[in-house]
Structures are given as C-alpha cells and as structure tokens.
Design a protein around this ligand. Structure first.
Ligand code: HEM
Ligand code: HEM
Length: 672
C-alpha cells in the first residue's frame, strides 16, 4: 500500500504538470486534440489521487504502523470512524485530503466545460491544475504521507483525544470543501484575465461554484463554532483565534463577491472589483492554511503544525504578484461606461455592503497578523485579543444589518421619496417600536444592544413586507390561497427568496451573538453532595458522582437535578474525562438548550479529600438562535441553488444544443 500511494502521487504530479502545459499550449495554438488529452490527464490525476487516498485509508483501517502517519495519528483501539477521519487529523493526511478534493473539483469542471467556455475553460483548468501541482509537489517532496518508519511500533500514538468527537467527521470536511471549491471561481477569473475575455461569462459559469463554496464555508464556520461550544468548556463559541479568523475571512469576502457580481450581471459595473474579490477569497484560503500550518502565529487550534510555512508563503506571494500584474495589465479593458447616479440607490447599497464586508475582513486580517508585525518592528509579539476585534467589528456589523434591510428593497439607480416611504415606513416603525420596547419594558440600557435589536426587527419587517406584498399580488392575479401563493412565490423566484431566507438566518445568528455576548451569566460554585446553588431562575442540586476506569479512559460523571422556578426540568450529567493514551484530561459539558436560554454546566474540579465538587455554570440567553440562524442560512442556500422552472428550461435547451453539437463535433474529435 505505501508503495502504491507513493507511486500514484508521483504519477499524479506528472500528469498534473502535463495538463498545465497541454491546456495552455492547446489553447494558444488552437489544438483540439491537445486540449482533449489535457482534460483526460486531469481525470487521470483525480484517479491517481483517489487511489493514494484509498491507500492511506487502508493503512489506517489496517493499523499498518510501518507508515509513520498511521503510527502518529491512529491506534488499534481507535474506533473505526476515527480511523477514517484520521485522514485529516494530521499534516500530511489533511494536505492529501485537500489535494483530493481539488482534483475532484478540477475533474468535474473539466466535465462541465467539455463544450462550454472553449476560450477560457482551458486556462481555468490550467490554473486549477497548477494549484494541484503545488500541493502535489508538497506531498511528493516535503510532507510525505507514505513515509515509512525504520521499525514499526506495536501500537500507534492515537488520534488527539480532543478530536475523537463526531464533529471531526463533519467540521473539517465542510471547511476544506468550502476552501478548495473557492479555487474554481478564482481560476475562471484568472482565465478571463489571461484571455482578455472579460464579459460576464466567467461569472455566470461559476456562480454555482461560488455559492457552493460559500455554503460550505458557512457550514464549516458554524460547525467549528458549535464544536468549540460543545467541547471546550468555557461557555463560548468564538475566541478570535487565528484559525477561526482564517475561516471567517474568506467567508466575508465570498459574501461580498456573491453580492457584487449581481451588480456586474445587472448593471455592467464593478468588473475590476469582482476580480479583486475572487482573487482575495482564494488567497485568503491559502493564507488560512498558511496560518494553521506554519506556527508563525500561535493558535490553540493548530493540529497540523509543521515546517510548511515558507513554501506556502512563497506560493502565496507568487500567486498574489502574478494575479495583481495580470489584473493591472487588463484594467483598461475593464472600464465600465456605467456610473453611479445616487447614493440612495440599490447599487450604492451593494457598494456599501461590499465596503463593510471587506472592512471587517481587513480588520480581522490586521488583528491576526499584528503579532507578527509587532515582533518584526519592535521585537515583541503583541497579541491584540478579542476586545480589538469586538470594538472594530461591532459597529461594522450594525451597518451591515442596516444595509441588509435597505439593499433588497431600495430602487435601482435612484430612489424616490415615494419608493422610500412605501418600502421602509412600516419596517422603520417596527425597528423603533422594538427599540422602545427593549428600553422601557426590558429595561435595557446598552446602546449597542438596543440598536442591534431595532435593526434586526427592521430587517425582519422588510422581509415580511416584501413577502406579504408578493403573496397579495399572486392572490389578486392568480387567485391563489395565501399558503399556496407563498410556496409558488418562493418556487418561482427561488434566488430572491432564498436570499431573504439567508438574510433572516444572518439576523437570527446576529441576535444570538449579541445576546450571548452581552448577557452571558456565570456562576462558579463548590458544593457537597445534596447541596444546591442558583443561576438566574434555575436551581441546581448536586446529587453525586460516579467514577469509572478502563485501560483507555478514566471518567467521573456528576449528576445534578435542575429546577426552573421550583419545578424539576432535567437531570444533567457533566463529566471529567482522563484519556490515558496519550495522557490528556478533557471535559464533557452538559448543555440544556432552549430558544430562550442555554444552561451550560461544566464539572470544573473534584476535591476527593473534602468531597467538594466545583461546577462552572453559564446561563446564555438566545444563543440557540446562532445555531438556528446557521441552519436557516443553509436552507436558504439550498433554495437559492435549486434550479427553478425557467432555469431548468434554459438548461434543457442548452443540453439539447450541446447534444446537437456533439453530433456535429464527432466528426472533428472522434477520440473524445
Ligand atoms: C469557531 C471555531 C472554529 C473555526 C472557525 C475553525 C476553523 C478551521 C479551519 C480554518 C480549518 C482548516 C485549516 C487548514 O487550512 O488546514 C480547520 C480545520 C480543522 N479544525 Fe477547526 N475551527 C474551529 C473549531 C474547531 C474545534 C473546536 C476543533 C477541535 C476541537 C477543530 C478541529 C479541526 C481539525 C481537526 C481540523 C483539520 C485539521 C487541520 O487542518 O488543522 N476546529 N478548522
Ligand atoms: C453577512 C451579511 C449577508 C449575507 C451572509 C448575505 C448572503 C446572501 C446570499 C448568499 C444571497 C444569495 C446570492 C445569490 O443568489 O447569488 C443574498 C442575496 C441578496 N442579498 Fe445578501 N447577504 C448579506 C448582506 C446583504 C446586504 C448588506 C445587502 C444590501 C445590499 C444584501 C442584499 C442582497 C440582495 C439584494 C440579494 C438578492 C436578492 C435578489 O436576487 O433579488 N445582502 N445574500
């Protein structure tokens, strides 16, 4: 198996290099047979890497400790599911996994574009293959997954116990999928620049890929945050750790990109900007990997540190310089005749949306690299910490939520007074009433919370007004009942209403984030068996401790009865774990979640001598809505991606045309 793995990785590198050359030369000289063989080479590359991945999986499942990777990240007692997930539990394996995804996406793009985009597709494929060649170079020469140990140990060192959690099967693959698929729109953007074919084709051809990438970035971030919430035991879900930032920045830029392309599609504006954003999103995914793996910036979440930093940095610099030079050389061709007419217009709302999103990403970038800069300039590593991120991003987030209410309803070109009143009078009123209600009835005095809740109500009201108007129109025009009108409205305009569902999800998540950041309560209490303590309306009674000991794991589980205003509601069981191989303590948090608040109980300490047990308990209002918002964003994205009736007809027509072309093309390319 190791030999097969090494061999297929070497072959994949060779065919990858060939495909870059064949695509470029084939496109420049117009040689169809070369382009076809370049495409076949990409499929071969994907097949080779698939065999390599399968080989490593076989090694992991068979506990073949002659492989250094398997000995480092697995063991005979590791449950099968974690043997499988160990593929991305360490440096070499996760890089192999990344490269595998890239090769699959490249192969799919090659299939999708067999007849489409004849001018730009070969260059896009060359760019994707070029990126794969870089990763394959790493896997062949720098960080090899199939290195052997001189003497195979009898037992492996096991996967880090922190990673033996079901999220291991979900969070890393989601993020990697989001990261890697961002290469597709980037490659098409670069190809458009190389060929000078700078109309909207590259954007249209990659819209689904961009949304696909955004979808998985969203899931990856949310799943990571949920994992942190469930296992780390500090009651929070986000700490502005460099790796968290590395996942958040491409998401922000990709969000900006998804919006700014709408302006290019409809108004032929922002062409340069779109190319900047798509480049930035891709570079940020590389930057994320650089951060995780280089150890240049210390993170609590670097499971895959190694000496890869300089290679990634070099690659990052080369891609940045090449892309920038390309972009500058084409700037004149990208000038748009259209101009902004007014700041009170949908175009302007989109522009501000982009500025705010990129502003947030820039602030996070700055905060993340500040320790490195400060060390270079002053010789001391200064970490900026969460207050910096919250202070800068808090107000920007408010601006973003405000724009999210304004953007979808304001008129294109120039809003009139009548348009503004018609669209925004009711939502503005809803916002003001909500703010006043929180102020007077809720007794809330923090300006930030009041603004956040008002703006959230404002955005929700814009969506309600818009949906109500749509339903009303269908009722009058087609005579449908309201529920039927709602279903048809979404089905016929899935992109628009999917966007609204996503926005509602963002608002829900935002409310959850604000409430949990401002109103999280914490009580740390030591109690004897039978004693009780309080947090908010809850009373917690400690019933006792149960210990167990196996060769693998020692654990102590505490039982607590929970009463809400005197009424029993649950028994909770937080635990302390101690893994023995390698030796490492861990906590098992008990969480009781509801839309109103989460009760989060950590077993913080056990003093066997005195019988005192210490609990760290958090009561976090509305944090439920962060996860619910994430789910809504995912549902909205599926709605957005669903091919609607009109689109399906267009696709059917395109397929018909392609099939006709195929018959025509067979005479030209019998070998394809
Ligand atoms: C807000 C929370 C989180 C965010 C935003 C986040 C972000 C990321 C990112 C950006 C990567 C890809 C790194 C790369 O380029 O190689 C990643 C991978 C990974 N994450 Fe997370 N993560 C979060 C929480 C967690 C937690 C709590 C754990 C485990 C306790 C975890 C375990 C992993 C593992 C094992 C990988 C794959 C290996 C690696 O690349 O390091 N993540 N995560
Ligand atoms: C973090 C904040 C935001 C997120 C995550 C977000 C996400 C999305 C997504 C994924 C779509 C679907 C895109 C597509 O179909 O290609 C969308 C649509 C849309 N978004 Fe946002 N958005 C955000 C903020 C904003 C803001 C500030 C504006 C204001 C200009 C805005 C205006 C729109 C509009 C007008 C649509 C399209 C609806 C249509 O097709 O008519 N969004 N949004």
């Amino acid at each position: 198996m190791p030999v097969l793995g090494r061999l297929t990785l070497a072959l994949a590198l060779a065919v990858g290099v060939y495909s870059v050359g064949a695509n470029v030369i084939g496109a420049r000289r117009g040689r169809l047979e070369l382009l076809i063989s370049a495409r076949h080479a990409l499929w071969a590359m994907c097949a080779m890497i698939t065999v390599a991945v399968a080989s490593l999986w076989v090694g992991l499942l068979r506990s073949d400790f002659s492989l250094e990777y398997v000995a480092s990240y697995s063991s005979t007692t590791l449950p099968t599911i974690y043997k499988i997930t160990s593929l991305w539990g360490g440096q070499q394996g996760s890089l192999l996994f990344w490269t595998w995804l890239l090769s699959i996406f490249t192969a799919l793009v090659a299939i999708q574009n067999r007849r489409r985009n004849p001018e730009i597709a070969p260059y896009a494929l060359a760019v994707m293959a070029g990126v794969a060649v870089f990763f394959l170079g790493m896997l062949n020469f720098v960080t090899r997954p199939f290195d052997l140990l001189a003497v195979a140990p009898l037992e492996g060192s096991d996967l880090n116990p922190l990673l033996q959690n079901y999220w291991m099967a979900i969070h890393p693959p989601s993020l990697y999928t989001g990261y890697v698929s961002a290469t597709v729109p980037f490659a098409f953007g670069a190809a458009a620049l190389i060929t000078g074919k700078l109309d909207d084709d590259w954007i249209r051809s990659t819209r689904r890929w961009a949304i696909f990438s955004w979808f998985f970035l969203t899931l990856g971030n949310i799943f990571g945050a949920r994992w942190a919430y469930e296992v780390l035991g500090w009651g929070g879900y986000w700490a502005w750790d460099p790796v968290e930032n590395a996942a958040f920045m491409p998401w922000l830029v990709m969000t900006a990109y998804l919006h700014s392309v709408m302006i290019q599609e409809r108004k032929d504006m922002l062409k340069v900007w779109n190319l900047v954003l798509v480049g930035l999103a891709f570079l940020l995914t590389l930057f994320g990997t650089f951060i995780t793996r280089s150890g240049v910036i210390s993170s609590v979440h670097s499971f895959t540190q190694s000496g890869l930093g300089p290679y990634f940095l070099t690659f990052l610099i080369v891609v940045t310089v090449a892309y920038t030079v390309l972009l500058i050389s084409r700037v004149r061709m990208l000038r748009s005749p259209a101009e902004f007419e007014s700041y009170l217009s949908r175009e302007a709302a989109f522009l501000f949306n982009n500025l705010v999103l990129v502003g947030i990403a820039f602030a996070i970038f700055w905060g993340t690299i500040f320790p490195v800069l400060s060390e270079a300039v002053r010789g001391v590593k200064i970490t900026v910490g969460p207050p910096f991120f919250n202070k800068v991003n808090g107000p920007l987030a408010l601006a973003l939520i405000f724009l999210m209410g304004v953007g979808p309803l304001i008129a294109w070109r120039k809003a009139t007074r009548a348009n503004l009143v018609r669209s925004f009078a009711a939502p503005a009123l809803a916002g003001v009433v909500t703010g006043l209600a929180f102020f007077y009835a809720g007794g809330m005095r923090q300006w930030y919370v009041l603004s956040a809740m008002s703006l959230a109500a404002f955005v929700l009201a814009t969506v309600v007004v818009e949906v109500a108007r749509g339903i009303d129109a269908r009722r009058h025009l087609v005579g449908e009942s309201p529920p039927r009108a709602l279903v048809n409205l979404v089905a016929k305009n899935n992109r628009r209403y999917g966007g609204y569902i996503i926005h509602v999800g963002v608002v829900a998540a935002f409310v959850g984030i604000v409430a949990s950041s401002f109103f999280k309560a914490e009580v740390k209490q030591s109690v004897h068996q039978g004693e009780s303590f309080r947090i908010g309306n809850y009373e917690l009674k400690y019933l006792g401790l149960e210990s167990s000991d196996t060769p693998h794991l020692a654990s102590a589980v505490a039982r607590l009865d929970v009463f809400d205003r005197g009424r029993w509601v649950a028994t909770m069981e937080p635990a302390k774990l101690f893994f023995k191989q390698p030796q490492q303590p861990a906590t098992k948090v008990a969480i009781r979640s509801s839309p109103r608040a989460d009760l989060y109980v950590v077993l913080a300490g056990i003093d066997e001598a005195s019988g005192l047990v210490t609990f760290d308990v958090f009561l976090t209002p509305l944090v439920f809505w962060l996860w619910a918002g994430g789910l809504l964003m995912a549902v909205g994205t599926v709605v957005v991606m669903w091919p609607n009736v009109r689109e399906r007809a267009a696709i059917a027509a395109a397929v018909r045309r392609a099939t006709e072309d195929e018959f025509a093309g067979q005479a030209v390319s019998p070998g394809d």
